[in-house]
Design a protein around this ligand. Sequence first.
Ligand SMILES: [Zn+2]
Length: 70
Amino acid sequence: MTGRRVSCGVGTERRNFSLVQHAVVRGASKALCGETIQLVVIGDWQVPFMPSVASACEECVRLLAGRSES
Ligand SMILES: [Zn+2]
């Protein structure tokens, strides 16, 4: 585990009839890719972003991978 906290947010627009999951850094109001999102919160728990899910935003996955390398 790294100390990096990246939560999951869903896009406000649907693509291919499903919600796209974006990566959101704690405290940010937009996804890594710049898309406006709504945070996914279940109770007090912010759902973590998982790049492996089919509905994950490709741009966010790419940006997240780039961040972790530097
Ligand atoms: Zn995204």
